[in-house]
Design a binder for this molecule. Structure first.
Ligand SMILES: Cc1cc2nc3c(=O)[nH]c(=O)nc-3n(C[C@H](O)[C@H](O)[C@H](O)COP(=O)(O)OP(=O)(O)OC[C@H]3O[C@@H](n4cnc5c(N)ncnc54)[C@H](O)[C@@H]3O)c2cc1C
Length: 385
């Protein structure tokens, strides 16, 4: 029987990436997911497999050794892996987030060095947040001051996805503290440099196989390590986050699909009052609602990715897609736990893990409130005479 959830159709090149992800996820990631969650263990084996299958750097242009994929393919791969293991897909998303400032504004030399390293398995992480500056990154306190041909970077970044696991970091710091959002620049830093310390790892509710850390900076870097224009890194961060939001939407759809599959399977087999619980309309309607919402979120996801691939501006659409898909995944995870009853509340059921993994979708790369802020700003801008 056909799955009632809307299915995207892919061009041959995109479909080849998805088939590779499907194979890896089925044969390796699905079986490891519960263990890496329980042990809170960074799955280096999964990362190596993603790297050798050409998926870690699939979106890096071919001239720098990557797969030259579309965003559509990258989203589809993340969606597919998220069905089985949200930690592994979050690792892949963090690779993309780290790479995009370089893709968008890096010099050829920077792209060759850092994207080449990423394709070979040495990750690049995106470091803008601080303990005191998440939704409002312009409130950051890390700074860089000029010292001859070098910059002295000082401060502490926090919540860095793949922190410690990545070799390189795109660190956003203030280069003109009096200019607010117009005084921020981005620099590449290498974790092996003296003056870089990573010594705090966050103990998380979900996506526990990912590593999230601090990044202490007290380091000199050459001006050639600056990514993009001086004091203009905030628009670069926002463009990067636009792409990142499409990827979080993909993760959300994958998690919702995982929840739907588990809930359907349980509803078909668990019997109460002499019949499978799917025969109780209250249960069947929950499945109907989730299937409808996932289809809508998926349609938005692939439209956003296609529009980006065609060169369109997706800043508002990406915010809407992330907002909607992340909240759909919340409702899907909640319904799946409910359908699983007491077991759904207990480890090691997959729905219990999805329920925890899902929650970050509404927080990172801009909370749901920040997405609503982005959308309402777009509405105001369009309505202005
Ligand atoms: C697991 C994980 C991974 C992460 N990965 C990265 C990473 O790789 N790189 C990186 O730089 N950062 C990363 N982050 C940071 C993440 O992006 C921030 O946590 C997020 O943007 C929210 O910032 P905050 O935690 O400071 O919340 P706050 O900004 O303190 O917000 C608290 C609450 O207030 C609300 N709020 C704030 N301002 C407004 C407003 N103007 N209107 C309405 N409501 C508002 C928020 O929506 C939220 O509900 C990660 C975080 C986590 C937990």
């Amino acid at each position: 029987m056909m799955n009632p959830i809307w299915e995207p159709e892919f061009e041959a090149a995109d479909a080849a990436f998805v088939a590779r992800a499907d194979e890896l996820s089925r044969s390796h990631f699905a079986g490891r997911a519960a263990e890496i969650d329980r042990l809170q263990e960074y799955p280096w084996d999964n990362v190596k497999r993603l790297t050798s299958a050409g998926l870690a750097g699939m979106f890096v242009p071919r001239q720098f050794g990557g797969g030259g994929s579309t965003l559509t393919a990258a989203a589809a791969v993340v969606e597919r892996i998220s069905i089985d293991c949200a930690s592994t897909s979050a690792i892949l998303c963090a690779y993309q987030l780290g790479a995009f400032p370089l893709l968008l504004a890096g010099t050829d030399a920077q792209k060759e060095q850092y994207l080449g390293a990423l394709v070979g398995g040495e990750g690049v992480s995106f470091a803008i947040s601080e303990r005191g500056a998440g939704s409002d990154p312009a409130a950051m306190s890390a700074s860089a001051s000029p010292e001859g041909a070098e910059w002295l970077l000082r401060g502490e970044k926090y919540w860095i996805g793949n922190g410690g696991a990545s070799r390189y970091y795109v660190a956003f710091v203030k280069t003109d503290p009096s200019a607010g959002a117009r005084g921020i620049s981005a620099f590449m830093v290498d974790k092996t440099l003296p003056g870089i310390t990573i010594d705090e790892y966050v103990d998380k509710m979900g996506i526990r196989g990912t590593q999230t850390s601090n990044l202490k900076l007290d380091v000199r870097v050459r001006d050639s390590e600056r990514v993009g224009n001086l004091n203009r890194a905030m628009p670069l961060a926002l463009k990067t986050l636009t792409v990142g939001r499409v990827m979080v939407a993909a993760q959300s759809v994958g998690l919702a699909l995982g929840a739907f599959q588990e809930a359907t399977q349980r509803a078909m087999t668990r019997e109460t009052f002499g019949s499978p619980i799917v025969d109780h309309q209250a249960v069947a309607f929950k499945l109907a609602d989730i299937a409808t919402e996932i289809s809508a979120a998926r349609l938005m996801l692939y439209e956003a990715a296609h529009t980006y691939d065609r060169g369109g501006d997706v800043a508002a659409l990406a915010a809407m897609t992330k907002l909607f898909a992340s909240e759909v995944s919340h409702r899907a995870a909640d319904a799946a736990v409910q359908i699983w009853g007491g077991l759904g509340y207990c480890k090691p059921t997959k729905v219990e893990r999805i329920y925890r993994d899902q929650r970050i979708m509404e927080i990172y790369e801009g909370t749901s409130e920040i997405q609503r802020l982005v959308i309402s700003r777009a509405i105001r801008a369009a309505a202005r005479p």
